[in-house]
Design a protein around this ligand. Structure first.
Ligand SMILES: [Zn+2]
Ligand SMILES: [Zn+2]
Length: 256
């Protein structure tokens, strides 16, 4: 299923033009200071026809592999034909940025309505071709090295995987756009707990993968250990290869 989703992402991404949003050292510095993601929804090179196609194809792949039941599938297909789809996706996209802004000014959680979990999954997958194109642009920028937030500099998404570089740095990988950025190796990116006695870390017997589990918020993050590896991280492949680690982490009472 993951490989089919990756195939869909690649086919659509081939048609997405490079975004042209303003990026310079000053813009970076401003966004870094208040943790505001760089990419506004209106700057995403989003063709509504391609977006609807991506939603329908994502729904079909998830249905084929049993990840959606029939009513959910019909609902998702309906979304894929919906003329108002771009504005639904815009609300989904902006909800995360609004949460960061609320946190930055100390208002606590945002007032944005929580999106249905199933649509969250479909929108995340269907927006990948567009968002990863934007992440490509930012990934090349030297200013990215100064980003120290636990959420993504491009889209504000949470990391859903990580990699340990040969220099022993931990780089988080955004679950929405795939951007990679350096983050402290033993701080939980979900609640910022940095008390090492409250972080449980364990590796697979071959040393290829590692789990960082937080005893404060009980969430965990998997990582590919590239320190002695022959190849760099391949997020889709590595996420599938580490499904047994999810089971191990959940057995210990942690959640993804
Ligand atoms: Zn992102
Ligand atoms: Zn935590």
């Amino acid at each position: 299923m993951h490989l089919e989703l990756l195939g869909m992402e690649r086919r659509i991404r081939g048609r997405v033009p490079l975004p042209s949003f303003a990026l310079n050292a000053q813009v970076f510095a401003h966004h870094r200071a208040d943790g505001r993601p760089l990419l506004r929804f209106e700057d995403i090179p989003l063709d509504p026809t391609d977006l609807r196609l991506a939603v329908r194809q994502t729904a079909e792949i998830l249905r084929r592999f049993g990840a959606l039941d029939e009513p959910e599938f019909q609902q998702a297909l309906g979304l894929g034909r919906e003329m108002a789809l771009p504005s639904l996706v815009a609300a989904w996209y902006r909800a995360i940025a609004e949460r960061h802004e609320a946190a930055a000014v100390g208002r606590g959680s945002s007032t944005a309505p929580a999106l249905d979990g199933r649509f969250d999954q479909i929108f995340t997958l269907a927006m990948r071709p567009f968002l990863s194109r934007c992440a490509e642009v930012v990934q090349q920028r030297p200013e990215l090295a100064a980003w120290q937030h636990p959420h993504c500099a491009v889209c504000g998404g949470e990391p859903d995987f990580a990699t340990i570089t040969p220099a022993a740095e931990r780089h988080l990988i955004c679950g929405r756009c795939g951007l990679r950025w350096k983050f402290e190796p033993l701080t939980c990116p979900y609640c910022r707990n940095s008390d090492r006695s409250q972080i449980t870390s364990f590796a697979t017997p071959d040393g290829r993968y590692r789990v960082y589990a937080c005893d404060v918020c009980t969430r965990y993050l998997k990582a590919y250990d590239g320190r002695h590896a022959a190849r760099p991280v391949m997020p889709v492949v590595d996420m599938v290869a580490t499904l047994p680690l999810d089971a191990a982490a959940m057995q210990r009472g942690y959640t993804g």
